[in-house]
Design a protein. Structure first.
Length: 335
């Protein structure tokens, strides 16, 4: 506002001055009286202009605080130094940015080779890991050809030898003996780690049979030998074969089984094999229920078919000692 007013006054004063010079030539003709009056008016305008600027300068200076005045003085005295420090800062920033760019490019070039090497090692170690998994994986079960023994009434006993060569893997599965005209009956089977056993299908009417296994499940067992020594402690004694006196009388085998372990079992399977002259002449299977620790049970099995002279009896316990559901609590009553 101050500068606008000053401009108007100066413009007005300049116009008067030019007009005065033009008219002074005329006033010389008309007289010096009027010229004196115009000079007095011009002096008055100059006086007003000076007074206005002095008052406005005082008012402007009175509106500034001491802090603003000190800052203005500091800025004026340090303006060149500030420009110099700003230039130095920009140079340093530019150098740092370029240094970072060059460092990243160099590091990327080095790191690329390092990552490629690590990737190669990772692939190699992954292959080694997979090879290790394959090495520790359980080996497949092995089975012998099917054996058949003739029974009575055109029935036959089928059995097959199965082997689990894994010392720390339990195999649990379903199996069945099948015929061309029948699908067979599923049975639940198991093979303990490192065990060889027979799987049986007794009294079947099939003339020929196949063998199928399904739903095979593996379970890793730690320290199986210790568990086996603690739980698989069945003592078989007093095995006897009793042949039929008259034709058509059944043959039988009797024996005693004692549970010498500290565990009670809901079910204990028993396989019986009859040998004659080194040849297998008969097989049978029986399940006894609720055999408690230190208990002795007398067992008898019958064969209704004709048997040759038996010279050897083999009785084998067939118990999944790793099945916790087959272990009775110590305080369970015997039914």
């Amino acid at each position: 506002m101050r500068w606008v007013i000053n401009g108007l006054i100066l413009a007005f004063f300049g116009g008067l001055d030019k007009g005065g010079k033009h008219k002074n030539m005329e006033t010389r003709k008309h007289g010096k009286h009027k010229n004196n009056k115009k000079n007095q008016f011009n002096c008055f305008l100059v006086f007003v202009f000076l007074c206005y600027n002095i008052n406005m300068s005082k008012a402007f200076s009175q509106n500034l605080t001491d802090r603003e005045l000190k800052f203005s003085y500091w800025y004026i005295t340090h303006k060149l130094a500030l420009r110099r420090w700003l230039a130095i800062f920009l140079i340093i920033a530019s150098v740092l940015i370029w240094f970072y760019v060059i460092f990243e490019m160099t590091f990327y070039a080095i790191d690329y080779n390092f990552e490629a090497h690590n990737l190669s090692r990772l692939v190699s170690s992954q292959n080694s890991y997979l090879a290790g998994l394959e090495t520790r994986a359980p080996k497949p079960l092995s089975f012998s050809p099917i054996n058949i023994l003739s029974g009575d009434d055109n029935r036959r006993d089928f059995f097959i030898e199965a082997a689990n060569s894994n010392p720390d893997w339990l195999a649990v599965f379903n199996y069945k003996f099948t015929a061309s005209n029948s699908g067979g009956e599923n049975k639940r089977g198991f093979i303990l780690p490192g065990e060889k056993k027979y799987l049986m299908g007794l009294g079947l009417e099939n003339a020929e049979s196949g063998f199928e296994i399904a739903d095979l499940q593996w379970r890793r067992i730690n320290d199986f030998e210790r568990t086996k020594n603690e739980r698989l402690r069945f003592n078989i004694t007093d095995e006897e074969f009793h042949g039929g006196i008259a034709p058509g009388d059944p043959n039988s085998v009797s024996f005693n089984i004692t549970n010498d372990s500290a565990y009670n079992y809901w079910e204990v399977g028993i396989q019986v094999f009859l040998w004659s002259g080194g040849q297998l002449a008969g097989v049978n299977y029986i399940t006894i229920n609720q055999l408690k620790t230190s208990e002795t049970r007398k067992v008898e099995l019958n064969w209704t078919n004709q048997l040759p002279r038996i010279d050897n009896i083999q009785v084998i316990s067939d118990v999944n000692i790793l099945d916790d559901n087959n272990i009775m609590p110590q305080d369970s009553p015997v039914n």
